[in-house]
Design a protein around this ligand. Structure first.
Ligand SMILES: Cc1cc2nc3c(=O)[nH]c(=O)nc-3n(C[C@H](O)[C@H](O)[C@H](O)COP(=O)(O)O)c2cc1C
Length: 168
């Protein structure tokens, strides 16, 4: 059976919690989970299917560990890889940059040749601007532990149903 590699970066634990919920939903036998600060490009290269999770910091900046890893992605060949994204942000506090980090990683993986799955509707979120919105949808699962944490588990369940058949 094909295995999925999940790579996350987290400053205060919210993205890590979401990653744990995703792993629990998919099953430990199906997905290997890595903190991106402990991974190399070769680790990512070893999987045909990737789930990539980041929060956004500063004003529309990548989470620190993804920031440090970002230029390494230039040596990752994503041809033949299917990639799904999830992002954590604060739509009320940072509504001009909501989930920008997810949008930046999406751009980079597309540039590297990845096939992306797992877009998510923008309905039910309040924000002004987001680099993670392409053609009217979020490029991946949009999570907001600051304002809508009660929706996180059900959003993850619904998203996994959508992406699991495509990733495996
Ligand atoms: C100083 C600061 C800057 C932030 N900047 C953004 C931002 O630009 N866009 C956004 O969507 N969220 C922003 N956030 C919200 C975080 O992304 C959010 O709290 C997230 O859940 C943190 O996840 P983590 O603990 O996995 O890093 C910011 C939060 C703080 C405290």
């Amino acid at each position: 059976m094909k295995k999925i590699g999940l790579f996350w970066g987290s400053q205060t634990g919210n993205t890590e919690n979401a990653a744990d919920l995703i792993v629990g939903t998919l099953g430990y036998e199906t997905v290997d989970s890595y903190n991106i600060s402990h991974a190399t490009v070769d680790t990512l290269a070893g999987y045909d299917a990737l789930i990539i999770g980041t929060s956004t910091w500063g004003a529309g900046e990548l989470q620190d560990d993804w920031y440090n890893f970002f230029s390494s992605l230039d040596s990752l060949d994503c041809a033949g890889k299917t990639v799904a994204f999830f992002g954590l942000g604060d739509q009320l506090g940072y509504g001009d940059y909501f989930l920008d980090g997810m949008g930046m990683l999406y751009e980079k993986f597309i540039e590297r040749g990845a096939k992306v799955t797992g877009s998510w509707p923008v309905d039910g979120y309040e924000y002004s601007c987001s680099k993670a919105v392409v053609q009217g949808s979020f490029v991946g699962l949009a999570l907001d532990a600051d304002n809508q944490d009660h929706l996180t588990a059900s959003r993850i369940q619904q998203w996994i149903k959508q992406i699991k058949p495509v990733l495996l």
